[in-house]
Design a protein around this ligand. Structure first.
Ligand code: SAH
Length: 247
């Protein structure tokens, strides 16, 4: 498969294109492409174009870009809202969800999150998550790179009325229904999943989600680590409704 690069949507048009910085480093040093190599450019907003590498300099590369085309949208979009957990574990959850093709990740600060962030640090975290996601999207060559939203508090996020055909909150409370029993049989185009922090969701948080149309589900008799729960949900829902199978 040709090397895929993510470029700014504004930069993606037919004709000459100069790449510098990370993208230049990636194709010249990491992938060690030679002049004449063909690459695929993606703009992360649903367009792609073929391009030929025409020149490689010390700090930039020159490409010739064909007319961009619009990609078919993914048939299933999964949005995961994981509560913040400690550094490495959050990084792992984000990276793996990106690899699994999650469409959007909205990190939440919740009542029992061990990690508490000031506004400034929340912005820093968002930048970090975006760059992790970009590296993972590039590595797994996802034509529809994951969108990383800014960190919001759980109530603020719920107030923004995030929408999807299926809204789930894996929860360890007694009222939670088995996951398999709430998954629709046919295709669905979108799902939204909240995942709790190390200490789980508080009862009032779970209730607030349920009054907004989320169904609380059980993932079985074992308590999974938060990052495992995120990866599990992305795998199960991606397999059931996404582009892994050919139904
Ligand atoms: N000590 C916490 C465990 C949190 S696990 C508690 O008792 O609540 C972190 C998150 O992963 C949970 O908030 C939930 O969203 C999800 N999770 C992990 N295992 C689960 C299971 N067996 N069923 C439902 N949700 C689960």
């Amino acid at each position: 498969m040709s090397v895929r690069l993510l470029v700014d949507p504004v930069a993606l048009r037919a004709g000459a294109l100069t790449l510098s910085g990370d993208e230049h480093h990636y194709l010249s040093k990491v992938r060690r492409l030679a002049v004449g190599a063909h690459v695929v450019l993606l703009d992360g907003a649903g367009r792609m174009a073929s391009a030929e590498l025409r020149d490689i300099g010390s700090s930039s590369s020159q490409l010739w870009v064909e007319e961009p085309e619009t990609l078919a949208p993914p048939r299933f979009q999964l949005h995961v809202a994981p509560a913040l957990i400690k550094g490495e574990r959050m990084d792992l959850a984000i990276t793996k969800m990106v690899e699994l093709g999650v469409h959007q990740i909205s990190p939440l600060s919740s009542e029992r999150s061990v990690v508490k962030l000031s506004k400034e640090r929340a912005l820093g975290r968002h930048k970090r998550f975006e760059s992790l996601a970009l590296a993972a999207s590039r590595q797994c060559q996802n034509p529809h790179p994951t969108v990383i939203s800014e960190v919001k508090s759980l109530p603020e996020w719920l107030d923004s009325e995030p929408a999807a055909e299926l809204k789930l909150i894996p929860y360890l409370g007694a009222a939670a229904e088995p996951l398999a029993s709430v998954l629709p049989d046919g295709d669905i185009a979108s799902a939204l999943v909240m995942i709790g922090p190390e200490g789980g969701f508080s009862e009032s948080e779970a209730q607030a989600a349920c009054t907004r149309g989320f169904r609380s589900v059980s993932l079985g008799p074992r308590t999974l680590r938060a990052e495992t729960a995120s990866i599990y949900m992305a795998s199960v829902l991606g397999f059931r409704y996404g582009d892994v199978g050919s139904r």
